[in-house]
Design a binder for this molecule. Structure first.
Ligand code: NAP
Length: 253
């Protein structure tokens, strides 16, 4: 249950090895978060993250799933809630795969996987989480979308279109949950220096995962339904979104 100051004490992370999510949990731990369930696909790196977090969080548990397969979304989410063993205050959906647009776009299996990992699995999971939180009568969902979904680009339209779908789904789900005590918070980061972007040239306004985490925690404190990070991207993308297509095509990246 959230503490008297509204700080989450029990958290589930879907995409438990995400560097952005790890920074968020580190900040929440400083605010006395005491239970974290990390769900992900790789038991070794999950355990490494769990061991780090146990320095500051009393109980960190691990659940395995693969977002490339949608068959067991419901049991995975149920397992996360069972293992948490108490009311869950916050669920963060940080699963995502950037892929390699140049080669993926000619491969139907990769296209299907990109859509599944970045949209289908997270959307199904959000719906299942929403049902659990609604039964509790409270809880917040944080969904890692991306500016890449705001206006898709030739250079990464597989990832961008899947994120656009997830972003819209999450906003619609948030509307459907109004009045239940459950809220959905969509995060739209720009380029973040994590293992996902390693080896790529940083885009303008690139930031580290610590900055994204502090923007998320502050956004939650203010009840923001959409959290742009860094905040300036809200104004940059509002402007870019209106550019004529001929100009949009000429932008670098
Ligand atoms: N970094 C950026 O520039 C950026 C910008 C905008 C939005 N985002 C979004 O922010 C979120 C977190 O990204 P990040 O930067 O923290 O990168 P990250 O550290 O690579 O995190 C991505 C997470 O997704 C997991 N994942 C990928 N494919 C999976 C699968 N098939 N099954 C289960 N888990 C899977 C990864 O697990 P493994 O560790 O096992 O690979 C990892 O936990 C993602 O949704 C990403 O799209 C990132």
């Amino acid at each position: 249950m959230n503490d008297a100051f509204g700080h989450p004490q029990s958290v589930i992370v879907l995409g438990g090895t995400s560097e952005i999510a790890r920074e968020v949990v580190t900040l929440l731990a400083a605010d006395r978060c005491r239970t974290v369930v990390l769900a992900g696909r790789d038991p070794v790196s999950l355990e490494v993250t769990a061991t780090e977090l146990r320095q500051s969080v009393a109980r960190v548990e691990v659940v395995l799933f693969d977002a490339a397969a949608t068959g067991d979304v419901d049991p995975t989410i149920t397992r996360c809630f069972e293992i948490a063993g108490e009311a869950v205050d916050l669920v963060m959906v940080a699963v995502g795969e950037l892929g390699a647009q140049e080669t993926d776009e000619a491969d139907p299996d990769r296209i299907a996987q990109m859509v599944t990992v970045n949209f289908t699995w997270p959307a199904a999971a959000l719906s299942a989480v929403g049902a659990h939180l609604t039964r509790q009568g409270h809880g917040r969902m944080v969904v890692l979308s991306s500016v890449a979904g705001h206006r898709v680009r030739r250079s990464n339209y597989l990832y961008g279109s899947a994120k656009a779908g997830l972003d819209s789904f999450a906003r619609g789900l948030g509307e459907s949950l109004r009045g239940t005590g459950v809220t959905v918070h969509v995060v739209r980061p720009g380029f973040v220096r994590t293992k996902m972007t390693a080896g790529r040239s940083p885009a303008p306004f690139a930031v580290g995962p610590e900055r994204v985490a502090s923007d998320i925690v502050r956004g939650l404190e203010h009840g923001q339904e959409v959290i742009w990070t860094p905040g300036i991207l809200k104004w940059v993308f509002s402007t870019l979104g209106c550019l004529p297509r001929a100009l949009w095509r000429r932008l670098p990246g």
